[in-house]
Design a protein around this ligand. Structure first.
Ligand SMILES: [Zn+2]
Length: 426
């Protein structure tokens, strides 16, 4: 989105452009592209046979063309942002992409749009481009994880349901999966242990995990697998995220990578909820201040005052009220556990019970606070070395913070001895 208004994602997604991106970047996966290309001329019976090779895939004679447009639109959006033609962009595309792995379709996805766009951006920038992919679709992006799990240049963070047989199932979305080889530590899975995750959980994960880790990674481009099937009312997701929260998460990401932010639509099966969520994101990208999500338990008539506990809504279990503590007393153990910014703790009930007020921390407070030291097996770049300012192309000149040697840490301040210390008293 530029200051002057929208640039529609379909601009510039010619077949040659997308084809170059898919085939050149993922050349060893050319057989998958060729297979799907042949489906355009297949009769219905053969189409069903090809679709049956994959999990949860339906093909029509126009599927290949739609998949080309989807991947090409994501590439065009990334190109426009990296060239500073626009500040940020949204690719409203179908089919989705984050279940498509290297050389395989799956879960309604034919090509992995976000992965193709990320690698297209890296090829445009000459390879040295740190990309953060945040996947807030309610399903785990197993395809995206598999593509980048050995790649330390791409930090992949997924917020998703990870309970039992919820699609895509298996252990791929477990918080224990942290990447492989050189990419160890660059995959972070936040798996909700069941349905009904909502605004507090997502905002807690954003403020206590995603932003601190992303700040250390210091991405130069942020891509979002923006599914809206975690939204309230989605028939598949079973979660309770309100539309303003999607806008607020977009706002929080705006402080990274100089605002180079590209949202790519993934799932979302309640058209009204999807439209509302995407509308909130679009508004934020166009400069509208984000809207705070509604309280989970709005105060009802007859409440005893501002400090009164509202009654729980039907079907929601609340923990017993915590005993009132004096300001100097340490926080209870379970509260400290909920504040821990480790992915595994996000699956614990303590995280879901944290007050929404914690998750409502402003971006300024989060970005200026010292994140918890969280070091994977490789060296992180500190965001304090200079977050790029917006409006500068990555393709025309190296950003000012590149190559700037960081000096040695300043020597510790010498403690001044107290005049009386060390002297013998008379
Ligand atoms: Zn989904």
């Amino acid at each position: 989105m530029g200051r002057s208004g929208m640039q529609w994602g379909a601009v510039g997604c010619s077949g040659a452009q997308w084809g170059d991106a898919v085939v050149a970047v993922r050349g060893r996966r050319g057989a998958h592209v060729s297979l799907l290309a042949r489906t355009a001329a297949l009769p219905a019976r053969d189409l069903r046979a090809v679709a049956a090779r994959f999990d949860s895939v339906f093909l029509s004679p126009r599927s290949y063309e739609c998949a080309r447009l989807a991947a090409g639109t994501a590439c065009a959006a990334v190109s426009a942002v990296l060239r500073a033609q626009v500040r940020n962009a949204v690719a409203i595309v179908r089919p989705p992409g984050h279940h498509a792995g290297p050389g395989a379709a799956g879960g309604f996805c034919l090509f992995n749009n976000v992965a193709v766009a990320a690698q297209h951006g890296q090829s445009l920038a000459g390879g040295a481009l740190r990309v953060l992919i945040l996947d807030w679709d309610v399903h785990h992006g197993n395809g995206t994880q598999k593509i980048f799990e050995e790649d330390p240049s791409v930090l992949y963070i997924s917020l998703h349901r990870h309970d039992g047989s919820f699609f895509p199932g298996g252990s791929g979305g477990s918080p224990r999966r942290r990447g492989r080889g050189r990419g160890t530590g660059f995959t972070i899975n936040v798996g909700w242990g069941g349905p009904r995750a909502g605004d507090p959980e997502y905002l807690l994960a954003m403020t206590r995990l995603v932003l601190p880790v992303a700040c250390q990674f210091s991405p130069q481009l942020v891509l979002v697998s923006a599914g809206f099937d975690a939204g309230r009312g989605d028939p598949l997701g079973g979660c309770l995220v309100s539309p303003p929260t999607f806008g607020l998460m977009t706002h929080l990401l705006g402080g990274l990578a100089g605002g180079r932010l590209v949202l790519v639509l993934e799932g979302g099966y309640n058209l009204g909820a999807t439209a509302e969520g995407m509308g909130q994101c679009l508004g934020v990208l166009l400069g509208t201040p984000p809207v705070l999500p509604p309280p989970r338990h709005p105060p009802t008539r007859g409440a005893a005052g501002p400090g009164a506990e509202p009654p729980p809504a039907a079907g929601v279990e609340l923990p017993p009220p915590a005993p009132r503590r004096s300001p100097r007393s340490p926080p209870p153990r379970q509260q400290r556990a909920a504040m821990t910014s480790h992915a595994a703790t996000m699956t614990s009930p303590a995280a879901t019970m944290t007050s929404p007020a914690v998750a409502m921390t402003s971006r300024a407070a989060v970005m200026t606070s010292q994140p918890r030291p969280w070091t994977p097996s490789c060296a992180w770049r500190s965001c304090t070395s200079g977050t790029p300012r917006g409006g500068r192309s990555l393709l025309q000149a190296p950003p000012p913070w590149e190559g700037r040697a960081r000096g040695p840490p300043p020597p510790p301040a010498r403690r001044r001895r107290s005049p009386r210390r060390g002297r013998c008293s008379p």
